[in-house]
Design a protein around this ligand. Structure first.
Ligand SMILES: Nc1ncnc2c1ncn2[C@@H]1O[C@H](COP(=O)(O)OP(=O)(O)OP(=O)(O)O)[C@@H](O)[C@H]1O
Length: 298
């Protein structure tokens, strides 16, 4: 569907995209994740022919896209930065204005899926930030696009609206629509994307599936004992990896099993009062990854 090869872009002397390569196939949901300024919006604008680039190639279904070549974009929907909204038109007027080939039923389905029915006929000047954002997403879905590009779509959305957007994305992807969705919050995309592209300072530092990212998770056991300080000493002496914590927090690995830990404590006459397990989350995995790739300066 979409192929990006060696995309390179500079603003003056500053190179903000450094040889970006990735592909999105039909029905695939790809998450573009990176800190502020990593280059997410610039990639999306380049795909949409809104930003020029110095080197590389972007093709949609084999057709080139650039600031002067737009034909391939006929089947692409997008929400980039803030949605362009006319205050004196209703939400529904916007949908009718930008729709070229949707039936009334299709428009009503988008409105219902995004739970916009209550206010879709009100003038947009009365909309909250989240309502405008949802209208922007609805506009990106018009004309049955085969690829939809959403830049930080969850910005300003409450938990229910975030869920509505997620469900809608999944529903459309099952019908074959491809998605490129950016976020600076990994967890926001975790529930829907097939692949993550992790961007740092204009470079892809990792491209992987959700399962691969999950595999980088760590598992900790947290013990409360009759003497935590002594427990920390004896476990450190026994070569367990401890984290700084009020409780005795042990990083579990292949050679750290709970039975051995209990034995070490028992031999030292320390009793366990409480045991808890903790997984680190995806955000932490990502930060670990950035640390490894960038010497901690990400
Ligand atoms: N018009 C511009 N002129 C000069 N530099 C720009 C311009 N637009 C973006 N940049 C720079 O390009 C880099 C990438 O910006 P971009 O907006 O793509 O990042 P982003 O990952 O989308 O960040 P955010 O999460 O903050 O939106 C940043 O260093 C930014 O300062």
């Amino acid at each position: 569907m979409l192929t990006i090869n060696n995309l390179t872009k500079s603003f003056g002397k500053k190179t903000v995209l450094k040889g970006i390569d990735f592909k999105i196939s039909e029905g695939e949901i790809v998450g573009l994740v990176g800190a502020n300024g990593a280059g997410k919006t610039t990639i999306m604008k380049s795909i949409l022919g809104l930003a020029s680039y110095q080197a590389g190639e972007i093709t949609i279904d084999g057709k080139m896209v650039s600031t002067t070549s737009h034909q391939a974009l006929e089947e692409v929907g997008a929400l980039i930065e803030y949605p362009g909204i006319y205050p004196f038109l209703s939400g529904y007027d916007h949908l009718k204005l930008f729709s070229e080939n949707n039936t009334k039923e299709e428009l009503d389905e988008i409105v219902a899926d995004l739970h916009m029915t209550d206010y879709i006929n009100r003038k947009a000047k009365s909309y909250s930030l989240g309502m405008k954002q949802k209208l922007g997403i609805a506009l990106a879905l018009l004309n049955r696009p085969r690829l939809i590009i959403l830049d930080e779509p969850m910005n300003g959305l409450d938990p229910q609206a975030t869920r509505d957007v997620r469900e809608l994305v999944l529903k459309l992807s099952k019908k074959g629509t491809s998605f490129l969705i950016s976020s600076h919050i990994l967890g926001e995309l975790e529930k829907i994307v097939d692949h993550f592209i992790i961007l740092n300072k204009g470079k892809i530092i990792q491209a992987m599936s959700v399962e691969e990212l999950n595999a980088g998770h760590s598992h900790y056991v947290m013990l409360t004992t009759t003497d935590n300080e002594k427990a920390k000493e004896v476990l450190t002496a026994a070569k367990y990896e401890l984290q700084v914590d009020r409780s005795v927090k042990i990083k579990m690995s292949e050679n750290a099993d709970l039975a051995n830990i209990i034995q070490v404590l028992y031999d030292n006459k320390i009793q366990i009062n409480d045991v808890r397990h903790q997984e680190n989350d995806m955000e932490e995995s990502l930060l670990n990854l950035l640390d490894q790739k960038d010497g901690g300066k990400a």
